[in-house]
Design a protein around this ligand. Structure first.
Ligand SMILES: *[C@@H]1O[C@H](CO)[C@@H](O)[C@H](O)[C@H]1NC(C)=O
Ligand SMILES: *[C@@H]1O[C@H](CO)[C@@H](O)[C@H](O)[C@H]1NC(C)=O
Ligand SMILES: *[C@@H]1O[C@H](CO)[C@@H](O)[C@H](O)[C@H]1NC(C)=O
Ligand SMILES: *[C@@H]1O[C@H](CO)[C@@H](O)[C@H](O)[C@H]1NC(C)=O
Ligand SMILES: *[C@@H]1O[C@H](CO)[C@@H](O)[C@H](O)[C@H]1NC(C)=O
Ligand SMILES: *[C@@H]1O[C@H](CO)[C@@H](O)[C@H](O)[C@H]1NC(C)=O
Ligand SMILES: *[C@@H]1O[C@H](CO)[C@@H](O)[C@H](O)[C@H]1NC(C)=O
Ligand SMILES: *[C@@H]1O[C@H](CO)[C@@H](O)[C@H](O)[C@H]1NC(C)=O
Length: 554
């Protein structure tokens, strides 16, 4: 294994060399294609588990549209995010690790006075510079205390959706920080007509409307950040239309899991409709479509939604693989039929998509993200060899990765109101049918049909081969060695032991020291956490029971 003597300067120097290399590739690809920049459609699920999509090996919740997208393009099987919504979304839009934007601790609350620092230039702003129309449909969760933090002041031409972290799927009220209020906007206007409509449906309709109305001489950047399958408000956490719940009447016994399955089913339908709309508009053959979760599912603990990260360890809001290694896939006409094991981090999307759009990644300045566009399109090996899971000195936990090695330490259970470690393996739902039985559904899905009509047809054998390749299994014969991260760092070889069962810290003390040094070098670059203190002025009862940009009105 390579020597681990990185300090941050070396890391940045190595990255700059890589950036220069990828610039060369841009020159090459731009000279062959002078046509319109590709449309970029980024569909983000909220708190969906690793095991909640049939492309990962469980047929319990069939997701034929998402599977068709994944198997026609690439399953991103080694993709990592932060274990919580705000930091993951911050990394996606800035190309920076949350420790470099002050979002490494918990999430932005309804009564937080700040947001994603205004000094950051974000993805839609970069896309606008390249001539894109930019639209956000769905959740924001990166700050709203002043209007300048909100989406339409940060590069989005329009926003239809909500500002906080979770809400009721039908009445669009959000409970947060002990308060309750309406949270739905059309740009800055409070959107009352949305009341009573199911989020996944209205976000899909708005996305389809945007696609239909797109001027086809202009490229589209559309982010669809679904509520699903996040839990709703505490008093009614699992919500889906009855007809979708009924589809699972015979196959899923657990009532909560059945509603969760219906939430995922609606999500799959949404992906089908959005891709079909791109096809009908003649845009699909020049589009990049991404589907990803923001962090792991919550089969237990915080924001419990009955998702499943099986066979990965842990839950949302933990630095175990179940919280951070998440379901994701990408399709473009240049990415074909692969399961990618290239290491990728949420911060890589900004440079990857900027390069896909024909931008010069040197314009992005000093970021943490690396462009994987070349890796994804040509199969060249990933430029990424390491990443920081997170480093949170308030909760006192951290985890870092170098190649296959992961070090994890500290208080992994992080919430005063949820102090259980959640360090086990949850959400194992044995199931009768196998994913191979889903092949006809996948081939008959809206996504497969739309792709076929532009010349990309999926074959049964390809699907079966990729289903097999995307299914991560624990090595049941690997002898377990317990880990107590509260007492001392644990070390895992994630490639050989994706389920984190064999703690090798005792056997590999040199590696432990090297990974601790790597962690220290990241730590020396961390910035202070943004001010997350509570502000009663934000409470919706002060503002006609609406969550608002309260600081603008004081
Ligand atoms: C990208 O930017 C760098 C630095 O400004 C420049 O040297 C390089 O020529 C640019 N590449 C392209 C393709 O414009
Ligand atoms: C939101 O902004 C977009 C782009 O400026 C505009 O087309 C749309 O009409 C606006 N919606 C509302 C409700 O103001
Ligand atoms: C699995 O198969 C058995 C026997 O055919 C049946 O009784 C059971 O309901 C099935 N379970 C599921 C989850 O489909
Ligand atoms: C995509 O399809 C449209 C309409 O079917 C066609 O006009 C266009 O040339 C195609 N573009 C590419 C890049 O194949
Ligand atoms: C933080 O976690 C480490 C283990 O990683 C432990 O040794 C240390 O005592 C903890 N610090 C506090 C303040 O709890
Ligand atoms: C971990 O943090 C939780 C929540 O702050 C706290 O209740 C618990 O005592 C901590 N555990 C240890 C071992 O420090
Ligand atoms: C599982 O672990 C055992 C024991 O270390 C090892 O011999 C075997 O090769 C591993 N199997 C796989 C598929 O990695
Ligand atoms: C990070 O550095 C700070 C001092 O700047 C220190 O208090 C903290 O313990 C360090 N955290 C880790 C995980 O090394």
């Amino acid at each position: 294994m390579p020597k681990l003597n990185y300090n941050s300067k070396v890391v940045f120097a190595v990255r700059n060399v890589l950036l220069l290399l990828s610039v060369g590739e841009v020159v090459g690809s731009m000279s062959v294609s002078s046509s319109l920049r590709p449309n970029i459609i980024f569909i983000l699920a909220d708190d969906a588990g690793w095991n909640d999509f049939s492309f990962h090996g469980s047929a319990q919740i069939p997701t034929p549209n998402i599977d068709a997208l994944a198997f026609s393009g690439a399953v991103l099987n080694n993709y990592y995010t932060s274990p919580l919504c705000t930091p993951s979304r911050g990394a996606i839009v800035t190309g920076k690790h949350p420790i470099h934007i002050g979002l490494q601790h918990y999430v932005i609350r309804g009564d937080t006075a700040s947001g994603l620092p205004l000094s950051e230039k974000i993805l839609p702003e970069y896309m606008k510079e390249l001539g894109y129309s930019t639209h956000l449909v769905g959740k924001w969760h990166l700050g709203h205390a002043e209007r300048v933090y909100s989406p339409t002041y940060r590069g989005f031409d329009s926003h239809y959706g909500y500002w906080l972290g979770n809400q009721d799927y039908y009445d669009h009220t959000s409970t947060d920080a002990g308060y309750w209020g309406y949270d739905f906007r059309n740009n800055m206007t409070i959107e009352r007509p949305a009341f009573g409509e199911y989020n996944t449906d209205i976000f899909t309709q708005e996305s389809v409307r945007i696609i239909q109305q797109q001027e086809t001489d202009k490229p589209l950047f559309l982010m669809v950040t679904h509520t699903a399958p996040h839990s709703g408000n505490e008093y009614n956490p699992l919500q889906a239309p009855q007809e979708n719940i009924d589809k699972f009447q015979d196959s899923i016994e657990d009532e909560n899991r059945r509603v969760y399955a219906a939430m995922v089913d609606k999500l799959d339908e949404s992906v089908g409709r959005i891709v079909a709309a791109l096809g009908e508009k003649g845009m699909l053959n020049n589009s990049v479509v991404i589907f990803a979760s923001d962090n792991g599912g919550a089969p237990e603990g915080y924001n419990l939604n009955y998702g499943s990260n099986w066979p990965l360890r842990g839950v949302k809001n933990t630095l175990w693989e179940g919280g951070t290694r998440v379901a994701a896939c990408i399709w473009s006409p240049n990415i074909m039929n692969r399961v990618s094991s290239d290491m990728m981090h949420a911060s890589d999307w900004l440079p990857t998509l900027y390069e896909a759009a024909g931008g010069n990644v040197t314009n992005l300045g000093q970021i943490d993200g690396l462009s994987l566009w070349n890796t994804l399109t040509t199969g060249e090996s990933s430029p990424r060899h390491e990443f920081l899971y997170n480093l949170d000195d308030i909760y006192n936990n951290s985890a870092v990765r170098f190649e296959s090695w992961k070090l994890i330490q500290g208080n992994i259970s992080t919430l005063d109101f949820d102090p259980i470690p959640w360090d086990g393996w949850y959400g194992h739902y044995p199931y009768n049918t196998t994913v191979a039985d889903l092949v006809p559904q996948i081939l008959g899905s809206r996504v497969a049909t739309a792709l076929q009509s532009i010349g990309f047809s999926l074959e049964t054998d390809t699907v079966k081969r990729l289903q097999e390749a995307a299914d991560i299994k624990c090595n049941e014969t690997l002898p377990e060695i317990a880990c107590n991260p509260y007492a001392e760092p644990c070390l895992f070889n994630i490639v050989e032991d994706p389920c984190e069962k064999r703690n090798l810290a005792g056997e590999e003390s040199t590696l432990v020291a090297q990974l601790l040094a790597l962690l220290n070098s990241y730590n020396s670059t961390a910035r202070e956490v943004i001010d997350l203190s509570h502000n009663p002025e934000a409470a919706p009862y002060n503002w006609d029971y609406v969550w608002t940009n309260w600081k603008d009105y004081l």
